[in-house]
Design a protein around this ligand. Structure first.
Ligand SMILES: NC(=O)c1ccc[n+]([C@@H]2O[C@H](COP(=O)([O-])OP(=O)(O)OC[C@H]3O[C@@H](n4cnc5c(N)ncnc54)[C@H](OP(=O)(O)O)[C@@H]3O)[C@@H](O)[C@H]2O)c1
Length: 258
């Protein structure tokens, strides 16, 4: 069916209170979906049904999925958006076992745990869509800036592809979206802290960081709403034949055919 109308669909967006996750939540609600968002802290002004959960804690994931089953009898769309770069740059010798564990919990295991908890209901109803929000870092790791983060996103890409293959015959589609630099608070904070650490302007820091990845041919970062627009299409009936693929949305920054 050729439509991006999401009326009648129940969608959970993890980390749906800020940045890319909030833009996705707003976009899917605008398209008619019943939207549920989760995060650790409830925003002061709630625009969507909110469930507090730290997805690195298994008991929180169990509580989140129980509330969804009780209140909504399951979901149709799951956006695994929680993630981020939380460990220092500096290469292999800077990173401790705890850093690696922390990055894998946040960017990989949180999604694996939540998928496992919610998939039985999707399989039983014979339909569903799961999106994993990855990063171009998963295809282009920078040893001095984001090593553990990039590795955790690369693992997420591999997991997402295998899960898609396993579920393709059961009516559940699984896709990966890999944004490049996107204008959210953590990305802007990262650029500002790099600028002050080497005593240059934020604009110059932005140019230097982008140059390390080969630059952004379109010359600017993505807006969160642009990522949301891609996700909206991918979860919609118009994308019914898409599964197992990874979509970079990066203004052309990945320098290789992928
Ligand atoms: N921004 C970029 O340039 C960029 C580029 C490539 C990929 N990405 C990916 O896009 C996703 C979103 O990034 P963003 O920049 O939009 O981040 P953001 O603005 O910091 O938003 C992160 C969201 O996740 C929630 N969250 C963080 N840790 C959590 C946890 N342990 N358990 C539950 N919720 C948690 C936050 O709320 P609380 O703090 O209240 O928990 C917030 O709602 C991430 O997977 C990131 O890796 C971002």
């Amino acid at each position: 069916m050729k439509t991006t109308d999401l009326r009648g669909k129940r969608a959970l967006i993890t980390g749906g209170t800020k940045g890319i996750g909030k833009a996705i939540a707003d976009e899917l609600a605008e398209a008619g979906a019943t939207v549920i968002v989760s995060a650790r802290i409830q925003p002061e002004t709630a625009s969507h049904y909110f469930i507090a959960a730290d997805l690195t804690i298994p008991a929180d994931v169990a509580r989140l999925t129980n509330e969804i089953k009780e209140q909504f009898n399951g979901i149709d769309i799951l956006i695994n958006n929680v993630g981020g770069l939380t460990t220092p740059g500096g290469g292999f010798n800077t990173l401790t076992d705890d850093h690696w564990e922390q990055e894998l919990q946040l960017n990989l295991l949180s999604a694996i745990r939540l998928d496992k908890a919610l998939l039985p209901q999707m399989i039983e109803q014979g339909s569903g869509v799961i999106i994993h929000i990855s990063s171009v870092a998963g295809k282009q790791a920078l040893w001095n800036l984001n090593l553990a983060y990039a590795v955790s996103k690369a693992a997420l890409n591999a997991y997402s592809k295998a899960l898609a293959t396993e579920l393709a015959g059961k009516g559940v589609r699984v896709l990966t979206v890999a944004p490049g630099a996107t204008k959210t608070a953590p990305m802007l904070g990262f650029i500002e802290s790099y600028a002050s650490s080497v005593n240059i302007s934020v604009d110059e820091a932005m140019k230097q960081l982008m140059a390390q990845t080969g630059g952004i041919p379109m010359g600017r970062m993505a807006e969160p709403e642009e990522v949301a627009s891609l996700v909206h299409f991918l979860v919609s009936p118009s994308a019914a034949y898409l599964t197992g693929s990874i979509y970079a949305i990066d203004g052309g920054s990945l320098p290789v055919v992928s």
